[in-house]
Design a protein around this ligand. Structure first.
Ligand code: ZN
Length: 198
């Protein structure tokens, strides 16, 4: 016997499939949504659909943006010869919040993980190498200090070295396994300033 109606069960299943949402939270959210006024439910549903339909990758750095080129890449005051490589848009935002980084970014959308079957071709690595054909002075690798982040950093530095472009890695001091977005701005700046050449 089904405990809830089929519609509620489907809603709970969809919510529980989202990252960080367990079955208890999914149930709570499902009942919350059902009890919300119709216009708020419509607004939420529309916002999700509009975001999905309109957000795309920046043609240069591959961050998520509403335009062909994101505001950072479009900004001529930024140093386009300095590229910081990050795992995702949230990490990029974390560095952006420090307000002290003047270069541009490259968003990989993931990290190499043999355990999860994620290889170099599954992240935006080819796209990074293409950018190095332009005038680039330094690539700062700011992947997380997790096993995957370190593996990715090593892989990228080996790939870039033969091109003669300077490759640096942000300093440790960033807690091991720490997600960049949860680290405070002072620590991020220290990691950036203390970067070492690979
Ligand atoms: Zn961009």
């Amino acid at each position: 016997m089904e405990l809830y109606s089929g519609h509620i069960n489907r809603l709970i299943e969809e919510l529980a499939a989202l990252p960080g949402i367990g079955s208890k939270s999914a149930q709570r959210l499902a009942f919350h949504l059902i009890n919300m006024p119709q216009d708020r439910v419509n607004r939420l549903a529309n916002t999700i659909m509009e975001a999905k339909a309109n957000v795309r990758y920046c043609s240069q750095c591959f961050t998520l943006t509403d335009n062909e080129v994101c505001p950072i890449c479009a900004n001529q005051k930024r140093n386009h010869n300095l590229i910081m490589v990050v795992e995702n848009t949230r990490d990029m935002t974390a560095y952006e919040k420090t307000g002290k980084y003047e270069g541009v970014y490259h968003v990989l959308h993931g990290a190499i993980s043999p355990m999860l079957g994620i290889g170099p071709n599954d992240i935006k690595l080819k796209e990074l190498m293409l950018r190095l054909k332009e005038d680039v002075e330094e690539v700062i690798i700011a992947t997380n200090s997790s096993l995957e982040g370190e593996t990715t950093a090593m892989y990228i530095s080996k790939l870039i070295k033969p091109t003669g472009v300077k490759v640096t890695r942000i300093a440790s001091g960033v807690p091991v396994g720490g997600d960049l977005e949860y680290i405070d701005e002072v620590t991020l700046l220290r990691a950036l300033e203390g970067r070492v050449e690979l």
